[in-house]
Structures are given as structure tokens and as C-alpha cells.
Unconditional design. Sequence first.
Lengths: 576, 348, 274
Amino acid sequence: MPTRTNLRSAISSGLIAGVVMIYLMAVGIAAVFSERQVIAGYLTLGRVMLIVPAFGVGYLVAGRSGSARSRAMLALVAGVAAGGLFSAAYLASVALSPGIRHVLIRIAGPLLDFIGFKDLGFDPAAGAVLNLGLTAVAALAAGLVRIAPAATRRAILGGAGAVLALTMIEPFLRPRLLSFGFSDFARFVYLKHGLTVSSAAATFASGGLLVAFWPRMRGKARATLAAADPGTRSVLRWAGLLLAIVFLYTLPWLSGSFLTQVLVLVGFYVLLGLGLNIVVGYAGLLDLGYVAFYAVGAYFTALMTSPTSALGWGLNFWVALPIVVVLSAMVGLFIGAPVLRLRGDYLAIVTLGFGEIARVLLGADALKPWLGGPTGILSVPPMIGGGTYTLPIIGEVTGPAATYFPLLGFCLLAAFVAHRLKYSRTGRAWNAMREDEDVAQATGINIVNYKLLAFAMGASVGCVGGAIYATHLQGVVPGGFILLVSITVLAVVVLGGMGSIPGVIVGAFALIGLPEMLREFAEYKLLVYGAVLVAVMLLRPEGLIPDASRRAELEEARGGGGPEGEPILEVISGDA
Amino acid sequence: MRRPSNLSLVDVILWALRVAIVVGVAVGSFATISQGKLSGDQWRDLLVFGVSQGSVYALIALGYTLVYGVLFMINFAHGDVFMFGGMSAFFVADYLSNIGFLNGNPYIAVPIILLTGAVSSMIVAVLLERIAYRPLRRAPRLVPLITAIGASLFISNSVRGLYGDGIKAYPRVDILQGTFDIFGIPVLKGHAIVIVAAVLLMAYLYWFVERTRTGRAMRAVSEDTDTAALMGIDVDRIISTTFAIGGLLAGAAGVLYAIVYNQVIWSMGFLPGIKAFTAAVLGGIGNIVGAMLGGVLLGILESVGPFLLLGGLGVPSPNQLHDVIAFSVLVLVLVFRPYGLFGRPESR
Amino acid sequence: MSMQASADPAQMSDSGGTPLLVARGVTKTFEGLVANRDIDFDIPRHSIVSIIGPNGAGKTTFFNQLSGVYHPTSGSIEFEGTSLSSMSPHLVAGLGVARTYQNIRLFQNMSVLANVMVGRHVRMHGQWYGAIARLAGIRREEDDATRHAFELLELVGIRRSSANDLARSLPYGDQRRLEVARALASDPKLLLLDEPTAGMNPGETRQMTDFIARLRRDLQLTILLIEHDMKVVMGVSERITVLDYGEKIAEGTPAEIRANPRVIEAYLGKQASA
């Protein structure tokens, strides 16, 4: 029998989960996903969204100490609390319809029907009961998963994750399968934009097995690697490198036009993220106006390469680029110089101010003769040829793929530069400065110069991104350079892990790539960004792929080691 | 390379900036005034508008300054707290208007609306502190700031999701239409109400902080948190109270803002939030009177500035640039005088 | 091992030559509070001198002016003829002044080795472009710095195997020694030690005292110490300066200071000397 305090906290946790469910309903997330099939005909993503809070609370609550029976009971109690609250809110919404729609605009008939299982013939009262039951069962199931032995638990979660992942990539995977001629396979896996029952089951099973055996396989792989002689090891390393290169090279061809466009967008944020990483991650200067450098690069490039711009020089991109980089670095110095003495919060706000000033000026009538006002500058020629060129093996490259290759090149260059800097005297100086500015200065580090250097480098990388952006869109408009870009880049760096290069890549894919795949999310993108930022700071401030020193610094602030302390993708990062 | 040891690139840039600002302001103002682009009445109207808008900024700025005083952090999400008050009060105002109560009993209805706004903002502010800031009290500085940014995004976009994208027009309050005649100056009734309400609220806050026990406790926590705790002050509760008060003021400001602009929208928190922060810094962060004065000053600068500085130079559509004025004030204050007009520099 | 430095102190320091550091009339005020008042202070080359005084006497304030963190409100400080009065701390470090801190201020989240190598920053030349290109000169410099860092770790007595551990994971005594290693990494001429034995037990204190003496002897350093532990001060200093309420009230050899009534009064109050 669980203790009274545990019961009370289970109930309150359940109520909180209920609030989350109500929130998902009221804000419209449940509605937006109610059409997206997970398992065609049986389970929609909307339903999954509503169940996740219940599952989560059951999982968490069952983590307390006690007998298996009491833990399961706690999970059930939490589920009942959550379900009860949610069902009550549902009934209230039904009762207050349609008037409630004037205030909470998402709570419309179709959503309520969806929640109440009207398509199965239930009336609202029965629907409410069913919801309560479903929530309670989900929480209980989660509790049981938590109680289960670790291997089983991981397998189940892995299987579920695999199913979700497979269904989410449907918009990308299915067209590719079809275009490569695998239509039978495609029909086996997907039905009406969701998974078939059989493919769901198969995926669950294989996902589960994979996760279950992963530790063993990884251990064996590591052991083999360690036992191998240096010759074999270097051969393997080169083979891995070659494989990566081939993969990256053929990626646009593999992915098709839509996904290449997504990759290009991700690539921009990787590049920007690498630049901001130097400013925020290495030097510890929180810059909320990073978009200004992006804009400087884009606008200078447009001015210099477009024949119809105010300057009208019509330079070749590659000739203009070095000039633009130098100009950006100077802008970086001009912005950095006055703000050197400012501390964290103030520095952030000042840079935000700079970014906003830039945004307004870009679109202002006052500068229209040079910057083109709200319509911007047009006719920026593409980087290479007329936007179409040929490459060995893959042949003609056009459209987004034409941007992909140079962008990839610059990303690799930026990553290379960032890596070299990190493990050098400069990187050490930045680290020390970030740790304790006064002591670093007393140790002989010229703080002013190193801060300026960080700003200038960050500016240069950002500006290259902007330059490529201008050629990609073949023009620049002020609307593309809003505060949101700065915040998104910051989110990418923070989520991935400040100071971590692989982290930036993962962060960009997560925050930019995923919303593109889950089109329905577009409307809630910012909401998710905000929630992600808060969640990461509260739960894992060192990010997904932490930099070793950063992890230590932030674990200490949390009062000791994190939950598992292990970075998710430590194999790739090579850290620790 | 030998230079006089005190002069560096940074100093050169800063001096160049100072010169540019002084010259720009002088030339622009002179040109505008000598060309007589605006009449005396127009300047006066701009001034009044600036004061009323500045009063709104002042109320929001108080929230920033209070929180900074106790936690030494910038509550980036405070602007969205302000928005939430205005937004929630809208529904009450709309309802009261529909049943005829608003214009039937305005002297009861308007305070009700103000109260709704204030209380809803207070709830959000307290929840914000509890959920997002309290766990991070000992984290390195960057962490709460990033959390605040995330919270700001989350709150504003949640409101967008809950209540929709569009502008919500506040109902007309008949008694607030028209103008008062104050010493021969016509002042829009709406503006006048805003100014009076703001002054009353600020006076109340000042009294609260200076004279009440809780206010004293807040000042103690702001001076030295650990010692205050040792003296028996419940620091957590005081911090919650501080957020609550800041929220109340911001919520009231949200309603007042709606009265001046007649509309609310989910995104209305960002700009006033930044500007209010500017006002708080302008007055000296942590300084209550400074925040009030800074708010009014900024409002005036923002209203009068574009025309004064740029009109004479033949700059088209100077009013587009009023945000630039505000942001420039922010940047300039932080660069040249980060302790504000009423603060004192730390010595080296 | 005896408490005294093993060689005759009078023969160690260049009492005949020009002092390494000359401070005259140094006064430092903070908004009305006078932290240091009109202090004259010389540090003879290759000597070990100490500053003592009750809490709040202004010792650390004086220290901070020697390392450039504070600038004197009036008066002058000259290091080998160069004025420090308005010099930025990093330039002071470049001249050859290194210090440790009363509350340990290591770069906690950097590795032990990195901490020492940062100490060497001011004697290295690698720039960002060199780092990116990994020029041969840079690589050599990094290797040399690494080797030097390991030597220093050995000198201060930190195990080689801890080199990649985070500084914060070291035991307290090792952290103090790491701070010294970091200070030594820049090949300083003057080493400022701010309460190096704070928080140490008698055994560790003895080790540190011997170590300080050894440093001066083996590395030809000049050392200025702030200390509260009288055994250390009396045992290793050639000259002691006493501050009280921001003013210098006495200066002399350990024996002279021990007997000085003003000093006793400052520490123990009027009754004790009466």
C-alpha cells in the first residue's frame, strides 16, 4: 500500500498531467494532429499527443520506491486524476459549446467529437468515461513499463519510438520509396499516410530488439576495435570517412527535391549555429542579435552581386565573398567594442537591441534607396553558373541541390575551423575567460582582444551564411532577418550543447528538420521552441551532446550528477 | 606597435560613437526646429502621448526592476506577462460590453476589468517563477536568461494558440471618449486616465516598498539574500511576492495599454517589454523611482524623438523609426552608462 | 625538517641591487572608504617577503593593485622601472607578475593540464590563424607548453595521471598546488601568494612552507606572501610588513616584528601589550 505522501504527490502529478492534456486540447495541438495517422485507421497522432502526458506521469510516478504493487497503484491513481480532470474539462467544453469558441477558439465541434470518440458512436458522456479509462490505462501501462526490468523497459520504449519515428518520416520516405521503385514495399509499410498494422507490429518488434541488443553489440564492436592493431584501425577509420563522404555526396539524389530543400534549411542553421557557438559556447558571450551578421552578409552580397541593386556592380559571388567577410568582421568589431564590459544579461539585451535596430533599418523607408525597403534587393545571381551545374557521377545539379553542395562545403569548413580553434591556445583562452574573466585576465589573457575576436569570427561565419542565403533566394527581403532567427540559432546551440560541434548539427536537425517533416507543427513551431528551451535548461542544460567541461559545470549547478550523466550520442561525440 | 597606453581601438570607437550621437542629435533637432515642421500644438500632443505611453512603460518597468532587485536576473518574459493581463481582461471587457454593463456602470466595470487584468498577470508571473526560475536559482547566469527567453516564446505562443492569431478590439468605453481640458491643453480622456492610474499605482507601490513589513523584507532580500534568510525572512515567499506585485502592475498596464490603443494581440508583449526594460535600465536597474521616471522619459523620447531628430533632415516616414529610437536609447545607456541616470558607477 | 629556509636568507636576496618592485605612497579609496593609506613598499629581488595584518587591514587590496586588478587612487607602483598604476592586468602578467588567490580560483571545469597551460598563455604566441592552419611552429609551441606543464605538475607534486581530470575534482591541497603551478607556468619574476596555506592542516602547511622556500631557491623567484599562519610567516620570510586599518604600522625581520608592541596591539588589542 503506498504511503500517504506518495499518494498525494501522485494525485497532484496526475492533476498536472491533466492540465497538460487540457492545454493540448485548448491550444489546438490535439486538433491539428487529429488527422495525422500513426496506425492507419486505428491511431492518430492527435490521440497519441493526448495520451503522452498520461503515459509520462505514470512513468514518473512509478519511479518512486516501494513494492511493485504500490508503484503500479500510484501510476493508476495519477492516471485517474489526470483522466478525471481532463474528462471534466471535456464535458464542460461540450456543455459550453459553441459559446466557448469565442474565447478558446480551438475548442470547436470537430475537436470535441474527436476527443469523445464520436466516430465510434459514443455520446459525450460515454466519451468522457472512455477518456478517463484510456488515460488511467495508459498511466498504468507506463507504470508497469517503469517497473519492468531495465532491458524490457528499454526495449518497449525503443519499439514505441521506432514506430513513431517511422510514421513521422512518412511524408519523406514514401515518395522516395515510390520513386526508387519500391512501391510494393511502400504499400506494405504505409497506408493512407500512416503505418499499416503489420508494419507497425514489425517495427515495434525490430525496434525493441535493436534497442535491447544495442549495448551488447556496441560493447563487442568497441572491444574488437580496441583489440585491433593500429593498421586495421586506421583502415577502418578511412573506410568510415569514405562512407560518410559518399553518403553526403549522394544525399540530394537520395532525398529528392523536397528533402533537399529541408537539408539546405538545416544547413543554414548549422552554419549559423557553428558561428554562434564560437560566441556563446566558446567565449560565453550571449548574443541575441546574431541575425544582424546574417543580414549584413546577405545584404552586402546582394548589393555587390545584383545588377539591379543600388551599387549595381554585379560582381561574381566568389569575388564578392571575401570582401563581404572582411566587412562583416569589421561590423562584428564595431558591435563588439562598445559592449565588451557588459555582463551576461546586459550583453544579451544590448545585442538584441542591435539586432532589432538592424531589422527596422533594413525595411525602413529612410534607407530605401540603398536597401530597397520592404521589397528588398532582387536579382541576386546564384553562386555557381546559372543555378545549374554538373558534378561527376551524379550529373546535373539544379534547384536546392545547387545550394546544398557549396553550403555543405562551408559547413564542413566552419566545423573544421571551430574544431581547430577549440583545441588551441585561443580556445583555451576563451574557455578561461568564460570560466572566470577576472582570473583569466590576471593570467595574461587580453580579454578585450579575445572578446573582439569571438565577435569577429562569429560575424564572419554568420555573414557567409547570409551570403549563401542571398544567392539561394536570389534576393533579400528584410522579413527574413527577424529576432526569431537569432532565437532559433540560440535554441539550436543550446539544445545541441553549448560549445559542442556535433551538438550544433544535432540541434539543427532536431529544431529545423523535424518541424519540416511534421508539417502540422508549423503553426506551433515557436511554442515548441519555447518549451524546448525551458525544458532543456531545467532538465539538461548541457544539451544533447555535451562538451565535457560544460556538462561538469552545469551538473554542479544542479547539485551533483544528472539523471544518467551519459550523453545520448557519446559514441559519435568522442567526449568523455 | 607603440600607442599611448590608454588609447585603444575600443576607446576610439566609443569616442567616435559619442561624437556621432551628439552631432546627430544637435543637427537634427536644429534642422527640425528651424524649419518649423511641426506646430507648437503638434509638439504638445506628441508630448502628452509620450507621457501616457511612458506611464505604461513605467508600470511594466517596475516589474523588471523589482525582480532584478531580488534575483539579479532580467525576467525576459515579463513583457508577455503584461500581454496576458491585457488579453484576459479583454474577454471580461467584451462580455461586460455585450450585456450593457460596461457603458451602463463604467465606474464599476472599468475597475473590474483592471482587476481582472492585474490578477491574471499576477497568476502567470507567480507560476513562471515557481516553474521556470526557482529551480535555477543557483545556475550560471546564462541559464535563467535562456529559460526566460523560452518562457517568453511559450507564453506568447500559447496565448496565440488559445485565443487565436487576430487582433482583439477592445469595446468602446463611452466615458473615455473625448478630451479633458487641463490648463488649456486638450488631453484625450483615455490618455489622462492612463497617466492618473499609473501615478496612483506607482505611488501605492512606493508606499508599499518603503512602509510595509513585506516591502522592507523585499528590500532586505535585495540587499543581501543570505543575511535576510538568516534574519528569518522567508526568501522564497518574498520572491514570489515580488513577482506577484510585478505581475499585478504589468497586468494593469496591459489594460491601460489597451485603453490607449484599443486593441490587444498575442504578440503585443515583446516591444513594450523591451522598451520597459530600457526604461528600467535608463532609470537605474533596481531603482524604483528611477524606473518610473525612466518610463516616462522613454515614452517622451520615443514619441517626440523621430520627428525632432529626423524630420528636419528630410528623412521620410520618421515615425517608422520610433522603435529605433527606443532601441538606440537602450544600446546607448548600456554602453555608456549602464548604471542608469540615477545609479552610481562601480569603481575599479 | 626545520622551519627555517635552508639557506641563509640574507645571502639569497639581492639586498644590494635595485628592488624588483617599488611602491610609494600607495593609497586606494573606495567611495569614501580608505582601504590602503600612503603605503611605501619595496620588494628586493629574490627575496621572500610577507604582508600580515588583522582581517580587513587592506592586504588583499594592496595585492590587487600589484597585479593590476585595482589601480591606486594615488601613489606609484613600479615593477622593474615600469609603472603599474594604470596597467591592465594582462599586461602586468606579461611583465612577469603571477598570483594565486585566497579562495581558490581555478578554472574549475577545465582539466588540470589545461589550467596549467592557460597559465603559460602569456609566454606563448599562437594566434587564431596559426591554430586553424596548425602551423609547424604552433604545434611545436603546444608540445613544448604541454611538456613544461607536466614538469610543473611534477614540481608541485600533482600526479601525472590526474592531468586530464577536471580541476574541481582534485582534493583541496592539490587544488592549491595547481594554482601555484598555473602561476609558475608563465615564468614569472614575482610570485604573489594570497594565503597559500589557508585551510591546510599542519602537515600540509609544513609542506607548503618548504615548497615556498624551494621555489625561491630553485627557480630564482621573488615571492610576496599574505599569510595568517604565523609559523609560516615567521619561518620563511626575510622581511615582514604589517598593515592595520590600511596603513603600514611596522616592517622588519621576523624577530623584530615578533617583539613590536604596535603589532601585538593590532592583533590582540590594547590589553595584551599593556
